[in-house]
Design a protein around this ligand. Structure first.
Ligand code: BGC
Ligand code: CA
Length: 328
C-alpha cells in the first residue's frame, strides 16, 4: 500500500512538474467576421470597407485573431441574402451588413437572430420596428438631415456673396437636384434638408430638374447633360446627394462650357481634388473612417455581450475651399 501511495505521489509530482515545464502556449481564438457590402463599385463604401478591414487588423492580437471576409452584394438583395446565409452556415461569429434593400432588413434580422450572430447594420438604416426585433443588433450611420443642411448652408453662402449667381436676376435660385437611390434614407433626407435650409435663409427657390443618379458618377453626368439640354443657362445651382454624382455633373458642365456651382456630399479624395481645382463649390464630409471604426467597435462590443443602443451617429462636417485641406 505504501509503495502504491509513493508511486502515486511520484506520478502526481511528475505530472505537475511536466505541466509546469510546458511552454505557456497562448491559445489563439479566431473570430470570423462577415461583412456584406451592398456593392463594391461605390466610392464611399469602398473607402468604408477598406477602413473596416484595416481597423480589424489593428485589433488582432496573438490571443485574438479577427478573420474578416467581405462580400460584394452587386446591388442585388437576393445575392446579398445568399452571402449572409453562407456566412451563417459557415459559423461566422459576427456580421456587419450594408443592406442592398432596406425592406429585406426584417428577413436578415430573423436569420441572424435564429443563428445567434450579433450584427451591426451600417449606412442603410433599418426601421425602428425592425431594429426592435432583437437586442444583439445595432446601427451605425450619420444623420443625413445634417448633411443636407450643410449643403444648404454652402449654397446660401455662395448665393449671398455673389449676385451674379442669380443669372436671370429674379431673386429666385433655380436649381437642379441629382438624387441617390430611392431605397436609401440619405437620398430623401439630403434632397429635403438642403433646400429647406436655403428657404429658411429667406431665399426663394425653383426646382428645374430633379432625377435619380443612383449615387453613380456616369448617371450624374448623363442626368446633368439632360438637364443642360433642357434648361441650359436657366440653371443657377447644382445639388448632388453625393460626390460621385457631383463629379459627373462637373464633367457635363465642362463639356457644355458652363460654370455653375456644384455641391456634393462625402468629401472623397477626387471631390477634394475638385475643390482644389475650383470645380466643386463644396461638399460635406461623410466620415467613412469614423463610421468604419465605430461599426467595428460596436461589433466587438456586441460580441463581448455588451448591451448597446439601437443607433450610433458619426458627425458630418461641412467642407469648403476654406477648409478642404484639413480633410486631404
Ligand atoms: C454615400 C454615397 C454612397 C451611399 C451608399 C451614402 O451615404 O453618401 O456616396 O453611394 O451611401 O449606400
Ligand atoms: Ca434666378
Amino acid at each position: 500500500m505504501r509503495k502504491i501511495l509513493m508511486l502515486l505521489a511520484i506520478l502526481m509530482l511528475s505530472v505537475t512538474s511536466l505541466s509546469a515545464c510546458a511552454p505557456a502556449e497562448p491559445e489563439t481564438s479566431t473570430v470570423k467576421v462577415g461583412i456584406a457590402i451592398y456593392k463594391f463599385d461605390d466610392t464611399f463604401m469602398t473607402n468604408y470597407r477598406t477602413e473596416m478591414e484595416a481597423y480589424f487588423a489593428t485589433l488582432s492580437t496573438d490571443a485574438m485573431m479577427y478573420e474578416v471576409s467581405i462580400t460584394d452584394g452587386k446591388n442585388d438583395q437576393a445575392t446579398q441574402t445568399e452571402q449572409i446565409d453562407s456566412f451563417i452556415a459557415q459559423g461566422y461569429n459576427l456580421l456587419i451588413v450594408n443592406l442592398v434593400d432596406l425592406t429585406a432588413a426584417s428577413t436578415i434580422i430573423e436569420k441572424v437572430k435564429a443563428a445567434g450572430i450579433p450584427t451591426v447594420f451600417i449606412n442603410r438604416q433599418p426601421s425602428t420596428e425592425d431594429m426592435a426585433l432583437w437586442d444583439k443588433i445595432t446601427y451605425v450611420g450619420a444623420k443625413a438631415e445634417d448633411s443636407g443642411t450643410y449643403q444648404g448652408e454652402i449654397a446660401v453662402d455662395l448665393w449671398k456673396n455673389d449676385a451674379a449667381l442669380d443669372k436671370n436676376a429674379d431673386g429666385v435660385m433655380q436649381y437642379i437636384m441629382l438624387m441617390g437611390q430611392e431605397i436609401h434614407q440619405d437620398a430623401a433626407l439630403r434632397t429635403e434638408y438642403s433646400i429647406k435650409k436655403v428657404v429658411a435663409e429667406g431665399i426663394e427657390v425653383e426646382v428645374l430638374f430633379q432625377e435619380r443618379g443612383n449615387w453613380d458618377r456616369v448617371l450624374g453626368q448623363e442626368k446633368t447633360a439632360a438637364a443642360l439640354a433642357q434648361f441650359g443657362d436657366e440653371i443657377e445651382m447644382v445639388f448632388a446627394n453625393n460626390d460621385d454624382m457631383a463629379l459627373g455633373a462637373i464633367e457635363a458642365l465642362k463639356a457644355a462650357g458652363k460654370v455653375i456651382p456644384v455641391i456634393g456630399v462625402d468629401a472623397t479624395a477626387p471631390a477634394l481634388d475638385a475643390i482644389a481645382a475650383g470645380d466643386l463649390a463644396g461638399t460635406v464630409l461623410n466620415d467613412s473612417v469614423g463610421q468604419a471604426h465605430t461599426s467595428v467597435d460596436k461589433a466587438v462590443a456586441l460580441l463581448n455581450g455588451e448591451t448597446l443602443e439601437k443607433e450610433y451617429w458619426v458627425p458630418y462636417v461641412k467642407v469648403t475651399p476654406e477648409n478642404y485641406k484639413d480633410f486631404q
